[in-house]
Design a protein around this ligand. Structure first.
Ligand SMILES: [Zn+2]
Length: 370
C-alpha cells in the first residue's frame, strides 16, 4: 500500500509547474486576534485545487484536484488532508466574502509539509530512530485489567526496533527492560544524534467505549509565546505524524484518532523531528486485548516502521532530486519532467523487492538468535 506521501505530493503531483515554497510574504494575510490568516481561496489557487461541492448542512468546505483533497470541518478545528484527520492549531474563521480563513501557522506548519514534505526547508536525512517505550519501573503508566501501558509499549518497541534495523536504520531504545528512565535521559539520548527522529510509544486512557490511535507532535508556538527547541521542526513533525498515523490506520486497521498537537514537556526539548503515538486505549477492553496480543503488536510495529520509512524517504535531501523536477526551472529544457517520477517509483519499490527473499532469511535467523 502506498504511503500518504506517495498519494499526495512526493513526485510533485500537486504543483507540476511550481517549486515555490509556501513560505514568505507571498500570502495576503488577515490578522485576527494576533493570528495571521490566509483565505481558502488563496490556498486553493496556490495548490491549483478546485472547490468541491459539499452536502448542505455538512459544515465542511472542500477543495481538491483528484490527487489530493482538503476538507475543512465539521467544526473549526479539523482539517482532513486526503482522509487524514488533523487538528488545527487555530480555528478556521468565516470571512466577509463567504470564504473561510485558515491560519498561516496551520498552512505552513501542517498543511504544506504534509502535502509537500520535500519542500520542508530544514529537512535532513534520518538515519537513527530513537524509540522511546513510555514509562517503566515504578511508573507503569495506565494499568487496567486488560493491559499495562509500560509493558505493551516495551513489546511494540522491541518489535519496531527489529523492523527498522531490517530497513537499515540505526536504532536506539530509551529503555530495553522494565526500568525507570527520566524524561531528561530520554531527551538527551535523542539530542546526542544529529540524524535522529524520536518516537515515543504509549497507551491512552479514557472512557471504556473510546478506542483508536492518536499521534501527537509538539504544538507550534502560539502568538507571543517563545518558541521551544522542538518548534524548529514543526513542519517535519507534521509530516512525521501524518506518515505514522496514516500507516497505522491503514495497516493496523485501528480507528483513526487523528494527528494532534500538544505541549508535552518530553517533546518540547527535542531537537529532532519527534512524535508520540498513543497506540490504543488500555481502558477499552477489546482494544486492550488486541494490544496485549503478539499478533497486533507486530502489526503495529510493522505499520510504524513503514510510516518511519516513508518519512525518512522524503526527509532525505536526495529525494528531491529524484522525485521532483529541479527547482525554479528557467524554461530551457522542457523534456525532463517524466523520468524522475518513474525513477522514484522504481528505485523505491523494485530494488528492495528483488533482494527480499535472501535478506529476509538472513535477518530472521539473526532475530531468532536473540
Ligand atoms: Zn503514557
Amino acid at each position: 500500500m502506498k504511503s500518504i506521501f506517495l498519494l499526495l505530493g512526493l513526485a510533485g503531483l500537486i504543483l507540476p509547474g511550481s517549486a515555490v515554497t509556501a513560505d514568505g510574504g507571498m500570502w495576503s494575510t488577515t490578522s485576527v486576534e494576533n493570528v495571521g490568516y490566509v483565505s481558502l481561496e488563496d490556498i486553493r489557487s496556490f495548490y491549483k485545487l478546485m472547490p468541491i461541492a459539499q452536502p448542505k448542512g455538512s459544515g465542511t468546505r472542500a477543495v481538491g484536484n483528484g490527487t489530493v483533497t482538503l476538507i475543512f470541518g465539521p467544526g473549526p478545528r479539523v482539517v482532513s488532508i486526503h482522509g487524514l484527520r488533523c487538528t488545527l492549531s487555530h480555528p478556521t474563521r468565516p470571512d466577509d466574502k463567504g470564504d473561510i480563513l485558515v491560519s498561516k501557522t496551520d498552512l505552513l506548519k501542517l498543511i504544506d509539509p504534509v502535502l509537500r514534505p520535500t519542500y520542508i526547508a530544514n529537512r535532513r536525512a534520518i538515519k537513527t530512530v530513537v524509540i522511546d517505550p513510555g514509562h517503566g519501573g515504578h511508573d507503569s503508566g495506565t494499568v487496567t485489567d486488560y493491559a499495562r501501558e509500560a509493558h505493551v509499549a516495551l513489546m511494540v518497541a522491541g518489535k519496531l526496533a527489529g523492523e527498522l534495523r531490517q530497513r537499515g536504520l540505526e536504532v536506539k531504545l530509551t529503555r530495553e527492560v522494565n526500568q525507570h528512565v527520566s524524561d531528561q535521559s530520554r531527551v538527551d539520548l535523542a539530542n546526542q544524534a544529529t540524524d535522529a527522529l524520536f518516537l515515543s510509544l504509549h497507551l491512552n486512557c479514557g472512557r471504556s467505549d473510546v478506542s483508536g490511535i492518536e499521534t501527537y507532535t509538539v504544538a507550534p508556538a502560539a502568538p507571543g509565546e517563545t518558541e521551544r527547541p522542538a518548534n524548529e521542526h514543526d513542519a517535519a513533525n507534521a509530516a512525521l505524524s501524518a506518515a505514522l498515523q496514516s500507516s497505522l490506520v491503514r495497516k493496523a486497521g485501528a480507528k483513526d484518532g487523528g494527528c494532534r498537537r500538544v505541549n508535552y514537556s518530553l517533546l518540547s526539548s527535542l531537537r529532532c523531528p519527534a512524535a508520540l503515538v498513543e497506540l490504543g486505549y488500555a481502558t477499552n477492553r477489546e482494544e486492550a486485548e488486541s494490544l496485549n496480543s503478539d499478533e497486533y503488536q507486530s502489526k503495529l510495529a510493522l505499520a510504524l516502521a513503514d510510516g518511519i520509512a516513508a518519512f525518512a524517504a522524503v526527509m532525505n535531501p536526495e529525494t528531491q532530486l529524484k522525485a521532483l523536477p529541479p527547482p525554479p526551472p528557467p524554461p530551457a529544457e522542457p523534456a525532463k519532467v517524466e523520468p524522475p517520477k518513474k525513477k522514484a517509483e522504481s528505485v523505491k519499490k523494485s530494488t528492495p523487492r528483488k533482494r527480499r527473499p535472501a535478506q529476509r532469511k538472513k535477518s530472521n535467523s539473526r532475530r531468532r538468535k536473540r
